[in-house]
Design a protein around this ligand. Structure first.
Ligand code: PEP
Ligand code: MN
Length: 355
């Protein structure tokens, strides 16, 4: 895919800051937030005009009329403006209103028909588009949306990580699952990545720590929902911050460099590389033995999976973890991966299905 730089990212200033209310509720509300944000270093103003709500009967946005309020934000405060589009009609109306940047919401990214409709409506139009991750943790589906837009000729694309939904009681509204935006970046290299801590956390108290994590993971920018009177907001009241709180959050963020520095620092890197190489060698050795056992299991008519073995391993390592401050959940997922691969190899041997 071919990408071009989006203007808001091009002066190298990081993090790029996108802020504004979840929804445009009235002209007064939109302009009040804009006037309070104008001196806070905001690069792009955001607000939702059409709101995708989970259940009907909630505030679903004011619609087309609110686009004029965004035009006022542009003309009175000089901030470029953005809004969410989910259909071809939204695209048409947003373009007619001179909106500077569009974004595709998480529920829309999950639907290839909707993304294709938006891509078709944007054919031949030169506007930056930011694509939120789909609600479900599927990096291919996320990348698929980039491909659809890119195939339609949209070259200025960026990604927004807003977390992934899960069922049940949870600390985050949408689990960050940082490994997914990391995987996205590994595969999509140059595409700028914004973090939306508001929708990940779902609570304003979490915005600072999530924003810090995003900066520490080298995200290019933040999208933070901001409202002058968050508790009375018509959508996402629990997660919006006031412009003053936003300023405090920005002041508290610690900016760290992603440049590799001196030789001393690099020596730590090479020590880690050495250990990773050894881990890899051990893994290869471990798999070789595991394959040998596979042959024994086949000859003796034993099942491949013997649950007590795996449970014993985890119990043994729980003790190590307590002493070394390593999270047992992380260790479990490493051994789960090793164990799953081992079983996959043994199943091939037992059934003689290896190619
Ligand atoms: C929003 O940004 O207000 C929004 C609806 O977000 P998401 O698509 O991430 O749910
Ligand atoms: Mn919102």
């Amino acid at each position: 895919m071919e990408f071009e730089k989006i203007d808001i990212f091009s002066d190298g200033k990081r993090p790029v800051l996108i802020a504004g209310p979840c929804s445009a509720e009235s002209e007064e509300q939109v302009l009040a937030v804009a006037s309070a944000l104008v001196d806070k270093g905001v690069t792009l103003f955001r607000t939702g005009v059409w709101k995708p709500r989970t259940r009907p009967g909630c505030f679903e946005g004011v619609g087309q009329e609110a686009l004029q309020w965004l035009q006022l934000v542009k003309s009175e405060y000089g901030m470029p403006v953005s809004t969410e589009v989910a259909t071809a009609v939204h695209v048409e109306q947003a373009l007619a209103a001179g909106i500077d940047v569009l974004w595709i919401g998480a529920r829309t990214t999950a639907n290839p028909f909707a993304v294709q409709e938006i891509a078709d409506a944007l054919r031949g139009v030169d506007i930056p588009v930011l694509i939120k991750n789909p609600v479900n943790p599927d990096v291919d589906l996320w990348i698929g949306a980039f491909e659809r837009l890119n195939n339609a000729g949209v070259k200025r694309l960026g990604a927004i990580h807003r977390g992934f939904s899960a069922y049940g009681e949870k600390f985050y509204r949408n689990a960050p699952q940082w490994q997914l935006p990391i995987e996205f970046r590994r595969r999509m290299g140059t595409v700028p990545m914004i973090c939306d801590p508001s929708h990940i956390g779902g609570k304003r108290e979490l915005v600072l720590s999530l924003s810090q994590q995003a900066l520490d993971l080298n995200f290019d920018g933040l999208m933070i929902e901001t409202h002058c009177n968050p508790v009375c907001a018509l959508s996402d009241a629990r997660q919006q911050v006031t412009p003053e709180e936003l300023a405090l959050i920005l002041a508290r963020l610690v900016h760290r460099s992603s440049e590799s520095v001196d030789a001393d620092f690099m020596s730590y890197r090479s020590r880690l590389d050495e250990i990773d190489d050894k881990l890899m060698e051990l893994l290869v050795k471990r798999m070789a033995i595991s394959r040998e056992i596979g042959a024994v299991k086949r000859d003796k008519g034993l099942t491949v999976f013997q649950p007590f073995r795996y449970n014993e391993t985890i119990e043994r390592y729980t003790r190590y973890c307590a002493e070394s401050k390593i999270d047992i959940e992380a260790v479990k997922s490493i051994f789960e991966a090793v164990h799953t691969e081992s079983i996959r190899q043994q199943l091939h041997i037992v059934n003689d299905t290896e190619k």
